[in-house]
Design a binder for this molecule. Structure first.
Ligand SMILES: *Cc1c(COP(=O)(O)O)cnc(C)c1O
Length: 368
């Protein structure tokens, strides 16, 4: 591929297909696949990715917020879209765009039934979210009876699925806790099946759940990070390919003398002559200030160049004293051979945060 001449995020659809097929290979033939496309498909490009995955016949998409689902509909996505975190103010748009809300509290449940009734909807597809230990969103196990009696009183909505979310599926030290969540979900399933006169789908697993808890796949799984190439473990990372490569270039190189400083607030002071390269990417692009002061690094001609001083809004400076390089040379921030997970660790964070932070002002280039 051509060398970058400005800051770009390259998105490799072949890698996406590879990850999708790897994750699918972990499922039974009958288990459905929901692709999580929230937050611009984890900072990549939600429309392109959703269109591509629709072509690979994923059964479902999920987004966090309603406007993300509206954007996918406007891009022509016809596959069902679960909105994980709707708010009452969004119900009109949800119905208008045939998005499927997660109903996670009594307030949202009752208000959505009213909204669907006012819009003359019958059997509008909804999903009921249960809290089995994450304590974030969802009904409790003991709410099942009341939910079902409410459902029997209305024809405005129909439950397409019942789901919950694991708190620590990537952490095998928390296996006992996760298995308790699985048990609690099974109790919910049994109770629902005993009382509801139709059978919704049941789903629990995110990416690490798919990989670590094959016994808990139920009718569908929900994968985000795995599709984008991260498995939350060294073992699984070997099977997955990061789909995004963040590239930039060297704008300028300065040779600074002993005692000189670099950047705002003189964040770096050199104790010898140093060669410093300035790159056109900063905290407004998603490289937070935590990566500064020698924590984060980039790759130039396959060598590591640490970020020196403070990250600026639109630029970083990196130390290239020991690297043979020139103005205009390509720089790799992360990609298939420069793990975003390793870079994220230098700022005490995780791949999810680094990749979703890559700002929309960076041009996306799609490799097909
Ligand atoms: C974001 C999200 C997922 C996807 O999780 P990954 O770890 O990225 O696979 C699945 N389910 C819910 C409810 C989520 O919020």
């Amino acid at each position: 591929m051509p060398k970058a001449q400005e800051t770009v995020l390259e998105i490799d659809l072949k890698a996406l297909k590879h990850n999708f097929e790897y994750l699918k290979s972990k499922l039974n033939n009958t288990t459905k696949f929901l692709a999580v496309a929230k937050a611009f498909a984890y900072g990549n490009d939600a429309n392109t990715i959703a269109k591509y995955l629709e072509g690979l016949n994923v059964e479902y998409f999920a987004v966090a917020y309603t406007n993300e689902g509206v954007a996918l509909r406007k891009a022509g996505i016809k596959t069902p879209i679960l909105v994980l975190h709707p708010l009452s103010a969004n119900f009109k748009a949800i119905i208008e765009h045939r998005l499927e809300p997660s109903l996670y509290s009594w307030k949202i449940f009752n208000e959505f039934i009213s909204a669907a009734s006012i819009e003359n909807q019958t059997h509008y597809p909804v999903h009921i979210k249960f809290n089995t230990g994450l304590n974030r969103l969802g009904f409790n196990e003991h709410d099942v009876d009341n939910i079902i009696s409410k459902l029997n009183d209305t024809s405005a909505i129909q439950v397409t699925s019942i789901f919950s979310h694991l708190a620590a599926s990537e952490d095998l030290n928390e296996k006992a806790f996760t298995l308790k969540q699985v048990d609690s979900f099974k109790n919910i399933i049994n109770n629902v099946l005993a009382k509801l006169d139709y059978k919704p789908m049941f789903h629990l697993c995110n990416t690490s759940g798919i990989l670590n808890y094959p016994e808990a796949h139920f009718d569908m799984v929900r994968s985000g990070i795995g599709l984008y190439g991260f498995g939350n473990s060294k073992k699984e990372n070997k099977h997955l390919k990061p789909i995004a490569t963040l590239k930039t270039v060297i704008s300028q190189i300065h040779t600074i003398k002993k005692g000189a400083s670099v950047g705002y607030n003189r964040g770096f002071k050199s104790d010898s002559e140093q060669k410093i390269a300035t790159l056109p990417i900063g905290h407004a692009d998603g490289i937070g200030r935590q990566y500064g002061q020698g924590n984060g690094f980039v790759f130039i001609n396959s060598k590591r160049a640490p970020i020196v001083g403070n990250v600026c809004m639109d630029m970083i400076m990196v130390n290239v004293t020991d690297i043979d390089c020139n103005e205009g040379d390509e720089v790799i921030v992360f990609g298939q051979n420069a793990s975003a997970e390793a870079l994220a660790e230098t700022a005490n964070t995780i791949s999810y945060e680094l990749i979703t932070a890559i700002s929309q002002r960076i041009k996306r280039i799609i490799l097909r």
